[in-house]
Design a protein around this ligand. Structure first.
Ligand code: SF4
Ligand code: SF4
Length: 325
């Protein structure tokens, strides 16, 4: 008799709470990682992006995504991530395809890329196509941002935010959404989103006259560069225990992997960007965008999980759209 595979600690938590198995709902968000090229190399980066990475999505892959999107009745959101998505040569084509299909489009922008040579008109392009910007700013204090994201990043980020405000981003009545992202500087859970947002608003307004739409808080996922940091500093098991001890069953119904499908730069499919970075694929037989006739073939399939998933269910929960509960 074959013994069942041991459960990972996330599945055990689901089991204890009667929440197994985790299965996919209709795909309403298509998140595309267009490549790992980035102008920054942040310490916490879960995709280990940077200026020396060369992996990038090619035109044939973009064209297949366009085919799947154009014929899909359920997808509402096109979520573009990287690396710095704007550095992919087909970024604007994907945005234009999303607009033609009437989708909400999100650009996960690191802000500093907007200050890079060759990107002078990117902010105007984003505004003209009503693209929502989700931008990392892990603190309103320079010291903390530069320590986590690199020297000079804070100054460039503020300059980019001021330019986005000038274009109407984050300003009431314009419809141009500018959400900021906070993640903790170390091995702790983020504070409550609703409590942190007023401090961000007050500080950024008083220091620089800056406006934004909402603050999203994200938990640091114990994978790749952040996992290496935890191991180096002897905090890995303590951090996983922290996540496990704060397992919140109320977050499970809202987990983003239920309704989001993640596509790698090479067209491979994953249940989320974190699984993508761990090379943890979706259900067998549907490994790439070329194995699907429709994105909705994924409905009902089991979601691939691991202990890292505890990062999504700890405390108020965490997702690419911020807290869950
Ligand atoms: S800006 Fe984003 S993608 Fe680039 S290195 Fe930093 S966290 Fe990674
Ligand atoms: S890491 Fe991915 S698969 Fe795991 S719970 Fe979070 S979103 Fe779902």
């Amino acid at each position: 008799m074959i013994s069942p595979l041991p459960r990972n600690s996330f599945d055990s938590a689901l089991h204890r709470n009667g929440l197994e198995p985790l299965r996919r709902s209709p795909v309403t968000t298509l998140q595309i990682n267009v490549g790992l090229v980035c102008n920054q190399a942040c310490h916490h980066c879960h995709v280990e992006a940077g200026p020396t990475r060369t992996e990038t999505m090619v035109l044939a892959t973009v064209e297949r995504i366009e085919e799947l999107l154009t014929s899909d009745p359920e997808v509402e959101v096109l979520d573009l991530t990287g690396g710095a998505p704007e550095l992919n040569p087909h970024f604007r084509r994907l945005v234009q395809c999303g607009r033609r299909s009437g989708l909400r489009i999100i650009d996960r922008c690191n802000l500093t890329v907007l200050e890079e040579p060759g990107q002078e008109d990117t902010a105007e392009f984003l505004a003209a196509h009503q693209v929502e910007i989700v931008a990392s700013l892990p603190c309103y204090l320079q010291e903390n941002v530069d320590r986590q994201r690199g020297g000079g990043v804070y100054e460039k980020s503020i300059s980019a935010l001021q330019n986005l405000n000038r274009l109407g981003y984050g300003m009431p009545g314009t419809g141009l959404i500018l959400n900021l992202v906070y993640n903790p500087g170390g091995a702790s859970l983020p504070p409550p989103q609703a409590e942190l947002e007023p401090s961000y608003r007050r500080e950024l307004r008083s220091r620089f006259g800056l406006e934004f739409t909402n603050l999203l808080t994200l938990t640091n996922m114990p994978i790749r560069r952040f996992a290496d940091f935890l191991t180096r500093t002897g905090q890995h098991s303590a951090y996983l225990s922290l996540l496990a001890n704060h397992f919140n069953p109320a977050t499970v119904a809202e987990l983003m992997c239920r309704s989001l499908l993640s596509v790698g730069y090479d067209g491979r499919l994953y249940d989320c960007d974190f699984n993508q970075m761990l090379a943890l694929p979706t259900s067998q037989g549907r490994e790439t965008i070329w194995h699907l006739d429709s994105l909705q073939e994924m409905v009902g399939l089991p979601i691939a999980t691991g202990s890292h998933c505890l990062g999504c269910t700890a405390g108020a929960g965490s997702s690419c759209s911020g807290a869950l509960a």
